[in-house]
Design a protein around this ligand. Structure first.
Ligand SMILES: Cc1cc2nc3c(=O)[nH]c(=O)nc-3n(C[C@H](O)[C@H](O)[C@H](O)COP(=O)(O)OP(=O)(O)OC[C@H]3O[C@@H](n4cnc5c(N)ncnc54)[C@H](O)[C@@H]3O)c2cc1C
Length: 79
């Protein structure tokens, strides 16, 4: 998890936030499922869309470049 599996470009200042979210979700998956295979599968399925979108925006360096851009999906994410 964290930078080891999805290092970020710096343009969204989100790499640390993504690592913390990863830890929160992974700990909940491990606590919530009896077998680790399922826990890691759910963790992956939960995190790939979220981190992928943040990586996409970071690579494009487009974060908050528009005056009306909605930022709640990023800051209000409930891990
Ligand atoms: C200048 C700068 C500014 C940043 N600003 C922000 C920001 O404003 N907001 C934000 O969300 N993110 C920011 N980031 C990104 C953020 O710092 C990283 O995404 C985050 O630290 C990744 O955490 P991590 O635990 O995955 O990896 P790391 O923090 O790199 O932790 C990995 C740890 O593993 C240790 N390690 C490595 N190899 C071994 C080994 N073989 N055995 C034992 N230990 C080992 C390392 O020493 C290190 O302590 C910034 C990064 C930089 C460089």
């Amino acid at each position: 998890m964290g930078d080891a599996c999805h290092a970020m470009r710096p343009y969204m200042a989100a790499g640390g936030a993504m690592a913390i979210e990863d830890a929160a979700v992974l700990s909940r998956c491990i606590a919530g499922f009896d077998d680790l295979r399922t826990a890691f599968s759910v963790y992956e399925a939960t995190r790939i869309p979220r981190v992928g979108e943040v990586q996409r925006i970071s690579i494009a360096n487009s974060w908050m470049h528009g005056p009306t851009e909605d930022v709640d999906w990023f800051f209000d994410y409930d891990a």
